[in-house]
Design a protein around this ligand. Structure first.
Ligand code: COA
Length: 552
């Protein structure tokens, strides 16, 4: 086994290229032609192949290094050559280099000799042809970088083709406007194939129409400001999933130079972008879709998670554990999920617990049964809770605020509107009862029943769900002893109500059976301090414990 240097082969005209990826590690066994590393010029990315089969004994370069033809990038202990003379190894290496010579860029000069097609007024239309591909033939198109109507500058990439060794962008020979595109993704191109039509503005001097069109195009391009291709950026990218793998060092990225450049400009980490091209190749649309989804998440608040550096939840393939079925979220469910996450991540929550003795309140409430039947309204504990909360909000106005953190202001509200969380078959809805402090128990009972029914029937108008200062979420009709509700931002507090139950309460002499109602007050600790929260629940227990005080 002989050791030989691995050298950078002919780079097809590119002087110096940057190493963007090292594919192998020391100790790896490779076959002849296996890619060892990827280099990138400003026009193409090229994989440099192993000159022979063997074991990589040394890598002498690192990502980011600039190399040119003939530079040594590592050492290889070639296998299968028992004689093992260095000369033999060198010969093989030379052959490999020749064989794998890869074009670094399609030569735009060649495209300029394309015949003219039409000429009209101050502009002419050219058919741009595929330039020399340095011996490669039938190279498939993997990306079309422009769209009809785009304005491009000279040398802007028109299409990307990929052989089994190199990715090449065919640059525009002129500055001009893209006409009909004559190829599609997957088409195989060779030198001289028709690529697309371009309209090139003349500079007024058209006497050498039959002469070298390249020169006139050169003149055009010097005068016209090169513009970036627009068409792809305007097109609607396919949305991607909202969770991305965190970047892992050494992740192999398949992307051409234009895509890498775009990603650099937009600050997109290509290791997080899912490629939709052949073999997972990342195309420009993927980068746009990734950036768009990141922006949308940030704007909708669901991006708070990733935006604040918290990694998204990675889902396993659940089908490996058993049968599954996937179903799209309803708009309401998606909106609730976003709001909950936004509130949970933005608000420092604390929950204060207390029990209210509602023994007398319940006696009074039950005594209203006949009156309720006459009115057609059922008196539940909810109207009492609404009244008590309205009184507590008036007494402790620090609960009736919203925080404007951008302007560093506290917004104090002079009205008392309270939201009630309603459990419906299609999700949680929160209609709002306005001016609770100005309404009587029957009015509140009727209005809360009507709004809850409207919520269940999906009949609520947007205005009926807006403007709350505070929310009550009652699970009392269902069960439970306590819970920690999430503040319905931008409100600063929410009262959770659990199921009342008979408990032995010490009256100083003996235990008395009392009906106790568990209260869970969650609050935004930026707006409300713990002492005020304890005062608030204290006040609620007093008001509910003796409902005559609600009249005071
Ligand atoms: N403890 C014991 N019993 C209670 C109670 C409590 N805290 N609250 C209500 N009840 C009783 C009622 O008195 C009624 O009993 P009755 O028929 O014997 O008189 C029964 O439970 C059902 O009451 P309900 O119809 O739920 O009326 P309500 O006015 O108490 O509540 C809503 C109305 C809209 C709040 C309620 O229907 C609802 O949707 N609650 C769920 C809210 C929710 O999902 N919150 C979670 C958000 S994360």
């Amino acid at each position: 086994m002989s050791e030989q240097e691995i050298k950078v082969p002919d780079l097809g005209g590119a002087d110096e290229v940057e190493i963007i990826e090292i594919i192998v590690s020391e100790g790896d066994s490779v076959e002849e032609e296996d890619p060892i590393l990827t280099v990138e010029s400003d026009k193409a990315s090229v994989e440099l192949p192993a000159p022979a089969a063997g074991k990589i004994t040394k890598i002498t370069v690192k990502v980011g290094d600039k190399v040119k033809e003939g530079d040594v990038i590592g050492m290889l202990a070639a296998s299968g050559d028992a004689g093992g003379s260095d000369d033999a190894g060198d010969d093989k290496s030379e052959q490999a280099e020749e064989k794998t010579e890869a074009p670094s860029e399609a030569k735009s000069e060649d495209t300029k000799s394309a015949p003219k097609k039409k000429k009209s007024g101050g502009s002419r239309t050219e058919v741009v042809k595929v330039p020399s591909l340095d011996g490669f033939e039938d190279v498939p198109v993997i990306e079309i970088n422009v769209a009809e109507g785009d304005t491009v500058g000279e040398e802007d990439p028109l299409v990307t083709v990929e052989s089994d060794k190199a990715t090449m962008e065919i640059p525009s020979p002129y500055a001009g406007k893209i006409g009909k595109i004559l190829v599609k993704e997957g088409d195989k191109l060779s030198e001289g194939s028709d690529l697309l039509e371009m309209t090139i503005e003349d500079d007024g001097d058209d006497e050498d129409e039959s002469a070298d069109s390249g020169d006139s195009a050169q003149a055009d391009s010097q005068e016209s400001k090169p513009e970036k291709p627009q068409g792809k950026q305007e097109s609607e990218p396919q949305p991607q999933g909202s969770t991305y793998e965190p970047p892992s060092p050494g992740t192999k990225v398949h992307a051409g130079p234009a895509v890498r450049k775009l990603a650099r400009e937009l600050g997109a980490d290509l290791t997080r972008v899912k490629g939709s091209g052949p073999k997972g190749r990342i195309v420009k649309d993927d980068v746009h879709a990734y950036v768009k989804s990141q922006l949308q998440q940030a704007q909708q608040g669901s991006g708070v998670a990733t935006g604040s550096g918290i990694p998204g939840v990675k889902l396993p393939d659940f089908s490996q554990f058993g049968e599954i079925e996937r179903e799209g979220m309803s708009r309401m469910m998606a909106a609730t999920a976003t709001n909950m996450q936004r509130s949970w991540l933005n608000v420092p929550h604390v929950t204060q617990f207390d029990d209210a003795d509602i023994t007398e309140m319940e006696d009074f409430r039950k005594a209203q049964k006949a009156a309720g039947e006459k009115r057609g309204v059922k008196m539940t504990p909810l109207p009492f809770l609404l009244k008590a909360c309205a009184a507590a909000l008036a007494e402790l106005p620090q609960f009736n605020v919203s925080l404007d953190m951008e302007r560093k202001e506290v917004v104090r509200k002079k009205y008392i509107h309270i939201g009630i969380a309603v459990d419906t078959p299609h999700g949680l809805m929160v209609p709002v009862i306005r001016d609770v402090d100005q309404k009587g128990l029957w009015e509140l009972a009727a209005e809360s029943a009507e709004l809850a029914q409207k919520a269940r029937d999906k009949q609520l108008k947007p205005a009926e769900m807006q403007g709350a200062c505070f929310t009550i979420t009652s699970l009392g009709g269902i069960g439970g002893t306590a819970f920690t509700p999430i503040v319905n931002t931008p409100e600063v507090a929410i009262l959770g109500v659990s199921k009342a139950s008979m408990k032995p309460v010490w009256d100083g002499k003996e235990f008395q059976p009392r009906l106790m109602l568990p209260l869970s007050l969650s609050y935004d600790h930026r707006a409300v301090n713990g002492a005020d929260a304890a005062r608030f629940t204290n006040l609620l227990t007093q008001l509910l414990g003796d409902i005559r005080t609600l009249l005071l």
